[in-house]
Design a protein around this ligand. Structure first.
Ligand SMILES: [Zn+2]
Length: 372
């Protein structure tokens, strides 16, 4: 398996050397405030700095190399900082969440062992080295040991025929670990898709549905998703849909930048006004469009997952905090991370000093949306 190119971020480490635990005194305090772009500034400019401005390795940043999957975009694509593949960070991690903070992680992944391993192989080759190679029960133990109070378990079916089994797997874990909010998946277009969703939201009582436009190669406003939106509306549970066009990769077998656009989510929000829609990664990289939609549609929510970790090129827009704090959710993508599990948590706390806003984003909003 080809190693992902080593680029940008400081003190890269090969995944097999990545540490998964550290002493409490190793808690990293961000030295500089996170670089949040001022309102109105494009979040990701061509040739903008990658995570470490002063790292000489950025003199030639391979993330700017031409991606042949974007040939039709011509010059612009050739210059756009690329989200993936990207190297891992050997940043320090804390032993627990900072004292006094209640944390609800709305974006954690749980899969059966074989699926996790296949995903990690894909990440190694196409995205980033996964630092926490933990299977489902280990993920749960890790989160609990660090003081994360609650978390959503997300998974997604990348092909027909596996959604029902994945749903059962996550549902069973949630029965023995009440900290887990289990979300279901479905592969739209598979013959029993309707039954899969009805069973998951009905008999199993799962608390929402996760969809992934890149992996499932489907636009958010694809008619094949209508039944999912209708069922979620009826069951009064949210749909979490990776509808942002980044991180793009030709390895998805689809041009995600051509497939996804904020305008599609706007159509869904308008068509289903009683459906709560969560878009992960703050809608990367159409941050300004999603900030506008968040202000305009009371049924849109955004999760922060990996978008404010100071890892990808460009910067998340400061305009999303704190004005929109009522529908922002903290999320991590744990365990599939290239950096410390609490990296984003520390950056969020530093970026949003108002404790009332912190409480909303770190816990209260998710509790309101998914149930406490
Ligand atoms: Zn994720």
């Amino acid at each position: 398996m080809k190693e992902p190119p080593r680029i940008g971020p400081p003190r890269e480490v090969a995944p097999e050397r990545a540490e998964t635990s550290r002493a409490p005194e190793a808690i990293e305090t961000p030295k500089a405030p996170p670089r949040l772009a001022p309102p109105g500034q494009p979040p990701s400019e061509p040739h903008s700095a990658a995570p470490n401005d002063h790292d000489p390795s950025h003199d030639h940043d391979p993330s700017h190399d031409h991606d042949p999957s974007h040939d039709h975009d011509g010059e612009i694509a050739a210059c756009r900082p690329r989200y993936m593949p990207r190297g891992g960070l050997d940043d320090a991690e804390g032993a627990t969440v900072p004292p006094g903070l209640a944390v609800f992680d709305s974006h954690v992944h749980l899969f059966p062992a074989g699926v996790f391993e296949a995903i990690w192989r894909w990440f190694d080759a196409n995205a980033w080295p996964v630092r926490y190679r933990l299977h489902a029960e280990e993920v749960i133990a890790f989160m609990k040991a660090r003081g994360v109070k609650r978390f959503c378990a997300l998974h997604y079916a990348h092909k027909p025929g596996i959604a029902a089994g994945l749903n059962r797997f996550v549902w069973a874990l949630s029965r023995s670990h009440p900290e887990i909010v289990p979300l279901a998946t479905v592969y739209p277009g598979e013959p029993d898709a309707q039954a899969v969703i009805e069973y998951a939201l009905g008999e199993l009582g799962m608390r929402g549905v996760k969809l992934h436009c890149h992996v499932q190669r489907m636009a958010a406003d694809d008619p094949r998703l209508e039944f999912v939106y209708r069922h979620c509306t009826m069951a009064q549970v949210p749909v979490v849909i990776h509808a942002g066009r980044e991180p793009s990769s030709s390895a998805y077998g689809v041009d995600t930048r051509a497939l996804c656009a904020a305008a599609q989510i706007e159509r869904v929000l308008r068509r289903h006004p009683r459906l709560n829609v969560v878009v992960p990664h703050l809608g990367a990289d159409e941050f300004d469009d999603y900030a506008r939609l968040l202000g305009q549609y009371g049924n849109l929510w955004l999760d922060t997952t990996m978008a404010i970790a100071d890892y990808f090129p460009g910067a998340a827009p400061a305009s999303l905090f704190p004005g929109m704090a009522d529908r922002m959710l903290y999320g991590t993508d744990f365990p599939n991370l290239p950096y410390a599990w609490d990296r984003e948590l520390h950056r969020l706390v530093a970026a949003v000093p108002d404790e009332a806003v912190q409480r909303k984003v770190l816990y209260d909003n998710a509790a309101r949306l998914f149930g406490d």
